[in-house]
Each structure stands twice: as structure tokens, then as C-alpha cells.
Design a protein around this ligand. Structure first.
Ligand SMILES: Nc1ncnc2c1ncn2[C@@H]1O[C@H](COP(=O)(O)OP(=O)(O)O)[C@@H](O)[C@H]1O
Ligand SMILES: [Mg+2]
Length: 367
């Protein structure tokens, strides 16, 4: 959860101060007003990077030399980010420079749902791996350790392959790669089945036409499922040496959920694809709640209204309201305010980079 957000010279927002609610925060405004930028600022505080710019320097307002973001997480831990065009990036967590980006993720578990999230099926395995790994990272305490160890050992092994070192030199890395690689594959396998169980009731209640469909998770762990990683590395040695790297392993895993054994991308409308993706994200939040009693997850939803008809928007919001999740969602549709709860939720009006607290606006209107 996040409170006391202040933003200075970030994109088109010169100065903003927000006290979000722990429930649903609706960011309303016309195109180009700064809504996605607000989500982007929260995303950077949560994971240390933007979802739309590789380089954080692009987030600095065009007329400024640096941007500054500041917020407090639920236990009042201060999180700050500054990007200075001269000195670069500085992130501080609890008043100390950040050592590892993963500390941020643990401090503020956050999921981002983009306006074009229906592209989930087209975005490729890397995107889908990231999605599942987000959940595994939070549920499995040792996942990050295995992933980092696997990555390092694989890099060393690939370097040995690339430099045509002896078979013995390459194989010196095998045990580490195999040990951590198999752990990662097993964690993902267990998590994906857990995800499927949580996903089905959510998706079928948002899309009732699929009430009696059969959902299965298809998981490709990154190598043939009847073989051990040990066998695969041995069998592919000559090919990998020619390539200069190993193509097989958990780094090339992929997964999907099938409906009656068919690919969702081929049978779902764009709106249904969006609901499919939203259901996966909601399922992940439910798993964190059940397994870890996480009550501080943040969900960023850009353009909730796109692709969804009114009744589906109502249903999605009902789902979100039942979860202990802090939501920041954007929309251009003023009608969305009618779905907000007067005491629990908050509306922020974004206008040409200015952010106004909706409750204040109504007070002004009342007087
Ligand atoms: N570094 C920057 N400095 C100033 N303005 C920027 C910068 N980057 C983007 N913008 C502008 O900020 C505005 C808000 O963008 P965005 O947050 O995507 O709007 P919305 O999501 O409300 O449609 C856009 O007009 C965009 O051109
Ligand atoms: Mg936008």
C-alpha cells in the first residue's frame, strides 16, 4: 500500500501531492492529461523501472533538470526516487540508498495492467514468464536466490561455450545450472497449477459464457518434459557450442491457460481477452493473500474502460472491492465516478499535469 505520494517534474506533472485511499483510486482525465504518467510514477517507486521508457531520463519534465518521486509504504517506510540529468538515478528506501531492486518489490508488491493488456497472448514468452515469476517471487521465498544463481551460472557456461572452451570447462557449470534450473521449473509448475485454480472461478464469473468450459494450464518448462535438464545439456552440447549459448532451460519457458484445449487468443474477443488477463492478475493477488496474507498489494490499471462494456466494468470493480488491494485505475469516462464508494474510494481529476483531489472538488462545489 502506498500513501503520501508527491511528484515533482515528472513527465507533464510539475508538482502533485496525493493522499490516496487504501481502496480504489480513480484517476480521471482527458487524453494527454497525465494519468498514465501518474501510474508510471507509482510503478517506478514499486519496481525501480518504468513500463514505457527504457531510460528514466525521458521521464524528467522537458523544462526541468531532474524529477523527484516520494511516497510512504504501509508501514510508513519512505521510498524516494530522483532522476537528475547530470547525476543519474538515485533510489532510496527507508532513508538509505537501495542495494537491490528486489528489496523494492518486497516492500511494495505491485502489478501493472496496461491499456492493451489483451495483447498478453501476442507479447511473447518473456512477458508471460515475467508474469508468473512475479507470483512465484512473492510466494516462494527462495525463488530469487535460485533465479539469480541460475542466471550467473548460465552466463558463465554460455561464455565458455562462446569462447570454445573445452567440454570439461563448459561442464564445470552444469551442476549449478541444473540444480537451480530444476528448482525454478518446479516452483513455476506448482505455482501455475495454483494460479489455474484461483483463475477459473474469477474468469467464469466475469465471463459467464465459459461457465462450463474446461481450463487447463499448458506449461513448457524450457526443455522436453520427459528428459532431465542434465540429459538435455549433454545431448545439446555440440549444437550449443555452435550457437555459443544454450537455448534450453528455464530461461526459455512459456505457459498459457487453454479453454477446451483451444488457444484463448483464437477464441476470445478483445474485451474477453482483457477480462482473461485481469482474472490472472486478480488470481495472483488472491494467492498472495491466501499464502502470505499479503494485504498491501497495489494494482495499477490503465484505462479500465477500454474494450469493456459498462456491465463488465461494474463486475470488475465489484471483484476489486472484495480484495484487500490498493487500486489505482485511470479512465476518461466520468461515468466511472458513479461506481465509486463515497467513503472508501477516491477520485482524482487530472488536467494538463495537475492533479486535484475529487473529494475536495465536491466540497468546493457544495459551498
Ligand atoms: N518528459 C516529459 N516532459 C513533459 N511532458 C511529457 C514528457 N513525457 C511525456 N509528456 C507529455 O505528458 C502528457 C501526459 O501523458 P500521459 O500520462 O500518457 O497522458 P494520459 O495517460 O492522461 O493520456 C502527454 O501530453 C505527453 O506528451
Ligand atoms: Mg494514458
Amino acid at each position: 500500500m502506498l500513501s503520501n505520494l508527491t511528484i515533482t517534474d515528472f513527465r507533464n506533472i510539475h508538482s502533485a501531492e496525493l493522499s490516496p485511499t487504501q481502496n480504489i483510486n480513480l484517476l480521471l482525465g482527458d487524453n494527454g492529461s497525465g494519468k498514465t504518467s501518474l501510474l508510471e510514477a507509482i510503478h517506478i517507486l514499486g519496481v525501480g523501472r518504468s513500463f514505457r521508457s527504457q531510460q528514466l531520463k525521458n521521464t524528467v519534465n522537458l523544462n526541468a533538470d531532474r524529477c523527484v518521486l516520494f511516497a510512504r509504504s504501509d508501514d510508513s517506510t519512505p521510498i524516494g526516487m530522483q532522476y537528475d540529468l547530470k547525476t543519474g538515478l538515485q533510489i532510496r528506501l527507508n532513508n538509505a540508498p537501495l542495494v537491490k531492486v528486489s528489496e523494492l518489490a518486497l516492500n511494495l508488491p505491485l502489478q501493472y495492467i496496461s491499456a492493451n493488456c489483451h495483447q498478453f497472448f501476442e507479447l511473447g514468452p518473456k512477458f508471460r514468464r515475467k508474469l508468473v515469476d512475479w507470483g512465484v517471487f512473492h510466494v516462494e521465498h527462495h525463488f530469487n536466490y535460485h533465479w539469480q544463481s541460475y542466471k550467473k551460472a548460465s552466463q558463465q557456461r554460455n561464455s565458455a561455450l562462446k569462447h570454445k572452451q573445452s567440454k570439461l570447462d563448459v561442464e564445470a557449470w552444469n551442476n549449478t545450472v541444473i540444480n537451480h534450473g530444476e528448482h525454478i521449473a518446479n516452483f513455476r509448475h506448482t505455482y501455475l497449477h495454483r494460479l489455474l485454480d484461483a483463475f477459473i472461478p474469477i474468469f467464469t464469473s466475469l465471463c459467464t459464457t465459459f461457465k462450463s468450459s474446461i481450463f487447463t494450464v499448458k506449461y513448457n518448462q524450457g526443455w522436453a518434459k520427459d528428459s532431465s535438464l542434465h540429459e538435455i545439456l549433454n545431448n545439446n552440447f555440440e549444437r550449443d557450442r555452435m550457437l555459443g549459448y544454450s537455448r534450453t532451460g528455464p530461461h526459455s519457458a512459456d505457459w498459457t491457460i487453454k479453454i477446451n484445449d483451444a488457444d484463448p487468443s483464437e477464441m476470445l474477443s478483445r474485451g474477453q481477452q482483457k477480462l482473461f488477463f485481469l482474472s490472472i492478475c486478480i488470481a495472483q493477488i488472491e494467492i498472495l493473500l491466501q499464502e502470505k496474507n499479503y494485504r498491501n498489494t497495489i494494482l495499477l490499471i490503465d484505462d479500465i474502460s477500454s474494450e469493456l462494456d459498462w456491465q463488465h466494468q461494474v463486475n470488475v470493480i465489484k471483484f476489486l472491492r472484495d480484495l484487500p488491494v490498493q487500486v489505482f485505475m485511470t479512465s476518461t469516462d466520468k461515468k466511472m465516478t458513479t461506481l465509486m464508494d463515497e467513503t472508501d474510494d477516491k477520485v482524482f481529476h487530472v488536467e494538463l499535469g495537475e492533479v486535484k483531489d475529487g473529494s475536495l472538488l465536491s466540497q468546493i462545489a457544495d459551498t
